[in-house]
Design a protein around this ligand. Sequence first.
Ligand code: DGT
Ligand code: CA
Ligand code: CA
Ligand code: ZN
Length: 578
Amino acid sequence: MDNETIARTFMELADVLELTGEVQFKVRAFRTASRAIEGFAESIADKVTSGGKLKLAGVGDGMIRRIKELATTGKLEELDERKKQLPGGLMDLMNLPGIGIKTAQQVWKERGITSVDELETAAKQGALRDLPRFGEKREEKLIAAITAWRKRASAPKRWPMAEALETAEALCARVRAMPGVLECQFAGSLRRRRETVGDLDILVAAEASHAIAIMDAWSTMPEVAEILAKGETKTSVVLKGGMQADLRVVPRESFGAALQYFTGSKEHNVAMRTIAVKLKLKVSEYGVFDAKDKSIAGVDEAEVYQAIGLQWMPPEMRENRGEIDLAKNDALPKLVELGDLKGDLHMHTVESDGKSTLEEMIEAARMAGRKYVAITEHSQSLAIAKGVTKERLRAHIQRIRELREKFDGKMTILAGLESDILADGALDMADELKQLDWVIGSVHSKLDMDRESMTKRVVRAIESGMIDCLGHATGRMLGHREASALDIEQVLHALKRTGTAIELNSSPLRLDIHENGARMARDLGVLVAINSDAHSTRELSFLKYGIGIARRAWLGPEHVLTTKSAKALTEWRAARAS
Ligand code: DGT
Ligand code: CA
Ligand code: CA
Ligand code: ZN
């Protein structure tokens, strides 16, 4: 047992003693001992168990006895006993920012509060303000702290793809700079671009002689909050935000096989192995092996697939949904890529709830390689998002048209609107829509309607013929709000009948329409518009998340509206209007 753990245990015992009203000198003795142990240069556990003479101020015979107990049994009976005497929720109280032992003790003794729930209720009722060192301000702060604590406590066990991607890319950059690292890539569900990710799986190719140093560097990165398991080939850590990340070090000659194996999915790997077995081959994270256990592939991933007679396939397809048969027959579809996207048909500026100006957005989109954009502010009914009035919309359209000259030839700028689909399915600002170049219809309120009403509402908006695209169809927010009860299939049929597109909103928490809906759209022949819904220039890059979902839905460029050229898009719109 390391000094830190022992020191922490002593500190906890001191807290518990103080909380139960033990005499101060005893409490202080444990704190003094804790600090002395923490600062001790050698392993204090080794020292006392080997019977060596310990001369450390503040650590007398009583403390040494406790250290021995901890080092041999892993726990301290005294602490467990004392904790049993405390009301269950009391220790939670001390985990709240701004609450120390003194306050916990105070609210417990004076108000009988023994849990976070009770503390919150009391603060809300104003029942704490009369306590010494309290007051209304402190009550308010406490309520805010409790709200934040709850949010953390119920943090999702799965992480949005965007957050995971950013974290993984930063970690990989760090790892690539470590001595001896030949190659580094993330695998797992993130490489397959699932909308949420359970943990990060990072792979490194390196000589075995570097493995220990790499693991040491990995587990001491500033991002690391906790080390779960540390070995020579695998080290798992929890990052400061709570995300788990596994690092695996493999030899160069196995890197492709490991990348294939740890990219998964598990179901895909199982199906692959079945194929291999028929060929009397064995596939593992170390390589592809023949009947004599001779390695025939492993350095790169494509080679692993080829060795068992399959085409290499994009990670987004590896879910055992028919991709293996297609790969066997050289019949894999070509998936859409970020570079195929020519335009972006959903974005906001400061005119509604965006952060960047019209000119900034257009210039940034141009720099990002877009050939056209639609500026789609919120409509009037969405007051919280500064929805535009009729007058403001008209002035905005005017400004957009003027800007066209400035960007002449470099960029096609469409004057659009994100018209709110009202509760009855009518479109907000319906009379203003005809003058626009591009209209999105989106539901923003009353998302809890029953399935039938919600479906009717959206179908009515589509059948009005006034919208070009249905925006973020389900209204979900990953980790915050469930998808509405909408019948996607019925909606897609309405879109098909009217030649209307469906949006794949690439905003990290939306990814809406989701991959199943996007797949159904493809099967039905409804075009998918991959849009950013950017509210600032930075957010224009959200398209990369939407692309991941589109690829998981097996969309090719031909299924995506925003791969069309500006001219082809205008023609498409003209054709559906007629
Ligand atoms: P996650 O982390 O829950 O979002 O999903 P994954 O797919 O990243 O799963 P994870 O992290 O448990 O494992 C990474 C990959 O390792 C997984 O996609 C496939 C491979 N793998 C893990 N366990 C097994 C297994 O028992 N059998 C096979 N064939 N592959 C496995
Ligand atoms: Ca994973
Ligand atoms: Ca994992
Ligand atoms: Zn929007």
